[in-house]
Design a protein. Structure first.
Length: 554
């Protein structure tokens, strides 16, 4: 079992923005962060993360909780599994009262294999010669922990002699079961190995490059609890400090590119692993708010990957652009051949995302064919409609020139999506509703004011929000409605003086309404009606006007 004190230490060391931001893309919104809810489909962000309260809440579907609950719900994990997942993401060592940590054992296996791979490389002249031939020096080999995995039977022998548990080796993707159901085989054999780390520098898997002309040039670890290639970037753990400092990230295509870029001084370089950039990478790319530069090969695969990534990044609001190296010109080989300065110049002359995408779209069509031109026009217009009118207007002249059309054809005003809030529309709420909710939110933050409020106001005076106040009085602070209100920036937390002033305004309106309703109320005896009207006119309202809070009486 995980020791409770260890769990508490983990909780105190993590930030919910970092945890949630590791899974979905968050955008700053006032004091909080917003995103499209990962638990239900929506077009307008209603999922809010509060760094001050360390909680999240969706105003659309009502889900909410802390970092641990988020990981449990999103990854479908048990409480202990979520704790271990978060600890792994943050390179935090948990302590246990009984038994062993699954993730600790997994990391132990990965670390042991990594050290063995490194040792093997130093003893394999062929692999070393390949790396040196590619221009990689010894310092880079050590910096990136590059190793070599030998033949399959040697891997299995090492696991057995080192007493590394085969089930754990299976869990972390080192081995796989044979098709016939008997025994295991290693996934990586006779390959140069590149250890892969999480952003917090915790080893999570390996990538391997063949030196035996195997049809699969590169193989990565399979998907595991620790390894998700769609959320990882190779080299990020070494690059992040430079990314944050220089406000720039260079995304390459492969391991060797990253190693050589770092070796040449471009230490903001990372790479996706055997897959194009996806939306799952965006939260990681967003950290530090860097300019994103894609450095891809100019072959067909590189161009297609560049177009896809540029579309996604530009629509997501990233600044930056792309450089496509000439077909047959490998950036790693250019650096190895002493052309680092030329690479630096190319990186400075990157093509901004939007012009690049438009040029690529138009270049796919024969504009001398009216039908092809119309298709190109529609594709360009559809792409530009993803942006605000200001950005769209900036690129209409260039797009029209490439398409050889009148700019006015692209100048139609776009309708931006309007914010939607399920079950509520705060902006159009009556002023009393805002006041009631502001009071309740203040009481969530300052429960010592509850008696002050209940001395002068009754729950019934809160109308539709009386139930919400009742939940608060009963101490149901985990209720989604209470959690949601606590992080809703549309309502302010008031000081004691502001709270009193707000109550006086509400009480004044309440008692004035009572003056109108009491004479019509058939349930009140006529003798009492006269007393109440007189009490309100002569006593209650004058005292409220003087700024005095009056105990609830009517």
């Amino acid at each position: 079992m995980i020791d409770n004190s260890s769990i508490e230490a983990l909780k105190s060391s993590i930030d919910i923005v970092d945890i949630v931001g590791s899974f979905i893309e968050l955008k700053k919104s006032g004091a909080n962060f917003k995103a499209n809810c990962p638990f239900h489909g929506e077009e307008t962000p209603s999922f809010v993360v509060s760094p001050a309260k360390q909680i999240y809440h969706c105003f659309g579907c009502g889900v909410g909780g802390d970092s641990i609950k988020f990981v449990m719900e999103l990854e479908k994990l048990s409480y202990p599994e979520a704790i271990e997942k978060i600890a792994s993401l943050n390179n935090f060592s948990l302590s246990y009262t009984k038994g062993d940590s699954n993730n600790s054992n997994s990391k132990w296996v990965l670390e042991a294999l990594k050290e063995w791979y490194i040792k093997n490389l130093n003893q394999n002249q062929t692999a070393l010669e390949y790396l040196h031939k590619r221009g990689i020096n010894q310092n880079s080999i050590e910096k990136f922990d590059i190793g070599f995995v030998p033949k399959g039977h040697e891997v299995m022998s090492f696991l057995q002699k080192s007493l590394l548990p085969l089930p754990k080796a299976l869990d972390v993707g080192i081995i796989a079961p044979n098709d016939n159901g008997g025994g295991y085989y290693p996934r990586l054999v006779e390959r140069i190995v590149f250890p892969i780390y999480s952003s917090s520098s915790s080893i999570v898997g390996f990538g391997g490059r063949t030196i035996t002309n195997h049809p699969a040039k590169y193989i990565n670890s399979p998907q595991t609890k620790l390894f998700n290639k769609s959320q990882l970037l190779y080299g990020y753990h070494l690059a992040k400090e430079h990314i944050y400092k220089n406000k720039k990230i260079i995304i390459c295509e492969g391991y060797l590119d990253v190693v050589m870029f770092h070796q040449a001084g471009f230490r903001e370089s990372v790479a996706s692993m055997g897959t194009a950039l996806t939306s799952e990478h965006l939260p990681l790319l967003r950290k530090g708010d860097p300019k994103v530069i894609l450095a891809y090969d100019g072959d067909k695969a590189g161009i297609n990957a560049g177009i896809k990534a540029s579309k996604m990044l530009s629509i997501a609001g990233f600044d930056g652009g792309i450089i496509l190296f000439k077909d047959g010109e490998d950036p790693a080989d250019m650096i190895a051949s002493g052309k680092s300065q030329e690479v630096a110049e190319l990186l400075r002359e990157y093509k901004p995302f939007i012009p690049f995408v438009v040029e690529m779209i138009v270049g796919e069509y024969d504009l001398s064919d009216p039908r092809a031109k119309e298709v190109a026009f529609e594709e360009v217009r559809e792409y530009l409609n993803n942006f605000s009118q200001i950005i769209k207007d900036a690129y209409i002249p260039m797009s029209a020139t490439l398409l050889k059309i009148n700019p006015s054809l692209l100048g139609d005003k776009i309708d931006l999506p309007k914010p939607k809030f399920k079950n509520r529309e705060v902006i159009s709420q009556p002023i009393d509703d805002v006041a009631h909710l502001s009071i309740i939110k203040t009481l969530i933050e300052h429960p010592n004011y509850i008696d002050n409020v209940l001395d002068v106001m009754d729950i019934s005076m809160f109308g539709n929000y009386g139930g919400l106040l009742k939940l608060l009085i009963e101490g149901d602070l985990e209720n989604p409605s209470i959690v949601g209100l606590s992080i809703d920036e549309r309502f302010n937390i008031m000081s004691e003086d502001e709270l009193n002033a707000s109550m006086i305004q509400l009480l004044t309106r309440y008692y004035r309404e009572k003056l109108r309703s009491i004479p019509r109320d058939i349930n009140i005896p006529s003798t009492k009606k006269a007393y109440l009207v007189k009490k309100i006119k002569i006593d209650i309202l004058p005292r409220l006007k003087r700024g005095e809070l009056v105990a609830f009486e009517v």
